[in-house]
Design a protein around this ligand. Structure first.
Ligand code: ADP
Length: 517
């Protein structure tokens, strides 16, 4: 990497890649934490939903207590006077209450039993009362402190629940025990609230601790595990379960984690691709700038050599120092050759600048390729043979005509011959070959020169490109010759192919489309 590229790439990496990498590392490490946090928030939300159901139950029992306390007040707390008839409207409204027992005090001596279908007898009631006596005493203490609380009592029964509350005024207290049919309560009282709280997204169910009794209001989640569980305050032997319909909470979290991971990966891929594209563009631009500067120095050198020769031989001739006619002719020839070389360089620069500006135009007409090649062959034969080349033209007769701009095509072929001569070492042999194959008329320019490596093959048609090793280093050139050739070939809707082996030579093969006549 050269130093200019380093100067650009290092800040680029620092500015773009470093923040992206740090951000990604941070995101990846905190991904788990974030998901845990989300899970916690989510679980809290689910708990709140379940709490709202429990709070609703609290409201219901508070309303029951109020109704019963009104009934007791109506009889100045004489509990024996409370009758079934009187409580009928209340019991009809709350069908889950199957028995109400009013007890005078902790001895359970005086009591009134209002039974609407309970199978629990007095003895059993007394037993439950005795085994929960501590709880009831606590409720007394609460009452003294001005706080009335309804409490579930412990019993073996999973189908019914005994609740107790102390109803009082300033002078007297009555222990009230309510026997609740759990199934009726859940089905009739809680069901609407549960369905409302669950909405479309969730399913909520109640289940007894022994798993024997289950109240599920949504068959679609049958058999699925809940995401969050919470005890049912009123019925300690039961709990509420809530779950997401469709997918599980852990599935949802895993999906989120996966999506986040994919987003991070895609984001990084985009950034890396961006950096690679920027790096490549910069590298290309820097290379082009370097090539352009090489081009300027090459061209200067290319122009300086013929100019120096022309001026030297012209001055010698001018001074009349050359006596022999033969020598004078030789000098004239050199001047003429060098001015031709000069004009070829200038022409190729002009040609190239026209191509670059998109101003190069072509005049196509039906042409015999052999005619063009023969003309070039004749023009160059003497010169090349003089330089020690074996120059051969092998033409197939009666080739179909092609659509070509003779002048432009000549320029391209001359460039190829020029290169063949320039890049030949000891085996000085150039062959021009024309023939027909399928629908194509083919022209080959073959040399036995230094050849072109596989890597360079792709680049030789690029503007300003010159192979930077070996003989090419010593041979001057502008790097424009093959760019012009390629442009002319493309304009002719033709294809150019290169066969080459280092140190064995190169064959440039052009495929023209023949015109059917
Ligand atoms: P240049 O002015 O350098 O000759 P060109 O565009 O004509 O520019 O050619 C580009 C490069 O391709 C040359 O610098 C040379 O390295 C390579 N090249 C072209 N023709 C030949 C050939 N016949 N044999 C070997 N190398 C060649």
């Amino acid at each position: 990497m050269n130093s200019t590229l380093k100067k650009i790439i290092i800040p680029l990496l620092l500015v773009v890649m470093l923040p992206a990498i740090s951000y990604s590392v941070y995101e990846l490490t905190s991904l788990n934490e974030t998901e845990e946090m989300i899970e916690e928030i989510y679980v809290n939300q689910l708990n709140t939903v379940l709490n709202s159901i429990n709070q609703y139950s609290d409201l219901v029992t508070a309303a029951w207590t109020s109704s019963l306390s009104v009934a007791l007040e109506n009889h100045q707390y004489d509990l024996t006077k409370l009758s079934m008839n009187e409580l009928e409207p209340f019991l009809n409204l709350n069908r889950s209450i199957v028995q109400i027992v009013f007890v005078d005090n902790l001895d359970f001596q005086k009591y009134n039993l209002i039974n609407t279908g309970s199978e629990t007898g007095v003895e059993e009631l007394k037993n439950i009362f005795q085994s929960n006596i501590e709880k009831i005493e606590r409720l007394y203490r609460y009452i003294e402190g001005g706080y009335r609380k309804i409490e579930p009592l412990e019993s073996d029964n999973e189908k019914t629940q005994f609740l107790t509350v102390i109803i009082s005024d300033e002078r007297q207290q009555v222990i009230t025990i309510l026997e609740i049919n759990i199934s009726t309560y859940i089905q009739e009282t809680l069901r609407p609230v549960i369905l409302e709280a669950a909405g479309e997204e969730f399913a909520i169910y109640c289940i007894s601790n022994s798993d024997e009794y289950k109240f599920n209001f949504d068959e679609t989640v049958d058999g699925k595990q809940p995401d969050v569980k919470s005890p049912l305050w009123l019925f300690p032997k039961y709990e509420l379960g809530i779950l997401l319909k469709g997918r599980t909470l852990s599935g949802l979290i895993a999906e989120r984690t996966y999506t986040n991971l994919i987003i991070i990966i895609i984001m990084n891929l985009i950034i890396v691709t961006g950096v690679v594209i920027i790096y490549r563009t910069i590298r290309k631009e820097i290379k082009l700038a370097q090539i352009k500067s090489d081009f300027v120095s090459n061209v200067s050198h290319e122009l300086r050599t013929p100019l120096a020769l022309i001026s030297m031989f012209a001055e010698t001739l001018e001074m009349g120092r050359v006596r022999s006619e033969e020598k004078r002719n030789e000098y004239y020839q050199i001047i003429s050759q060098e001015s031709n070389r000069l004009s070829r360089i200038v022409n190729s620069i002009l040609s190239f600048s026209k191509i670059e500006a998109g101003k190069r135009t072509y005049n196509f007409s039906l042409t015999d390729i052999n005619k063009i090649v023969k003309q070039i062959y004749d023009n160059y034969k003497f010169h090349l043979e003089n330089e020690g080349f074996k120059f051969i033209f092998e033409a197939e007769d009666n080739l179909p005509e092609i659509n070509a701009d003779s002048e432009a095509l000549s320029e391209a072929i001359i460039n190829l011959i020029d290169n063949a001569a320039k890049y030949s070492n000891d085996t000085k042999e150039i062959m021009l070959k024309t023939y027909q194959k399928n629908q194509n008329v083919i022209l080959e320019v073959i040399d036995k020169g230094i050849g072109i490596s596989k890597d360079d093959k792709e680049k030789i048609f690029d503007k300003f490109f010159r192979v930077s090793t070996g003989l090419v280093h010593n041979t001057k050139g502008t790097g424009l010759g093959l760019t012009i050739v390629k442009h002319v070939i493309d304009a002719h809707d033709a294809e150019i192919e290169l066969d080459s082996k280092v140190n064995e030579g190169s064959t440039f093969r052009i495929f023209f489309k023949s015109v059917k006549t």
